[in-house]
Design a protein around this ligand. Structure first.
Ligand code: UDP
Length: 241
């Protein structure tokens, strides 16, 4: 059993980066279907108002702490946990897929960004087996899932934004036996080189979100209430124990 804890009723796995990667590799080798969630405070705040979303998050086989807010909330509980960033983890999974010839599907982002990502990855990993790729702006989810199933993909990378990608991945888990899926938010925009990665100082401090907010001020509205609210509730939860 993998170690986990709950923050405000939400599951978070406690494990090293390399163990998370090993767990995915093992699931692929054994043909065990898993859904991976890269959780952050915005998602938790949204799921508090959406019980179906909460259920999907807590049912995921692997929930990795993506946001620095999650790392902080764990620290308040006395737990030291390294941050497992979605962008880094996605890159590691792509390397893993290239090394072991796993078949990958890339679903999400705008059409031109998805195409750019495929080209960037093909150049970087010549042996990478991309069996399915398409943008994230479609109407009929079931049709897309059917196409993914027919492609024979082992790992499905979904970058549709939360909670859309988590609902989508849950459907995939039920429809495609033995598949691994991961929800990745705006990661394709970064991996394709369309949006600049935060400079090292922001990454070291774990405040990429601040950099992204400076670059895209319209994000402020979404992040601002969620992060302080989440941290406040995390502190309250510790006092209530
Ligand atoms: N996106 C998509 N389909 C949609 C809505 C969004 O593919 O119907 C993509 C969008 O192009 C972006 C990604 O989802 O690449 C994440 O969007 P956003 O930055 O809003 O989400 P976050 O990173 O905050 O989860």
């Amino acid at each position: 059993m993998m170690k986990s804890t709950k923050i405000q009723g939400f599951k978070v796995n406690l494990l090293k980066y390399s163990d998370a990667l090993d767990f995915v590799k093992l699931s692929l080798d054994n043909g065990e279907g898993i859904q991976i969630v890269t959780i952050n405070p915005e998602m938790i705040e949204a799921a508090k108002k959406n019980s179906e979303f909460k259920e999907v998050l807590n049912n995921a086989e692997l929930v990795v702490p993506d946001g620095v807010g999650i790392k902080l909330a764990l620290k308040f509980k006395g737990i030291e946990q390294e941050q497992i960033r979605g962008v880094d983890f996605a890159q590691s999974l792509i390397e893993l897929s290239s090394k072991h010839s796993f078949k990958i599907a890339l679903v999400g982002a705008k059409p031109e960004i998805n195409t750019k990502l495929v080209n960037v990855l093909k150049n970087k990993y010549p042996g990478l087996n991309i069996v399915y790729a398409r943008d994230g702006y479609f109407q009929d989810e079931n049709k897309i899932i059917d196409e993914i199933k027919k492609s024979g993909a082992n790992i499905i990378f979904s970058a549709l934004g939360a909670p859309k990608q988590e609902f989508f991945n849950e459907k995939i888990k039920n429809a495609i036996q033995g598949s691994v899926s991961i929800g990745l938010g705006g990661t394709f925009d970064v991996l394709s080189g369309s949006v600049k990665q935060a400079p090292p100082i922001f990454r070291t401090l774990g405040i990429e979100w601040l950099y992204r907010t400076i670059k895209q001020p319209e994000r402020f509205k979404r992040i601002f209430p969620a992060l302080p609210l989440f941290l406040f509730h995390s502190i309250m939860e510790v006092f209530k124990r």
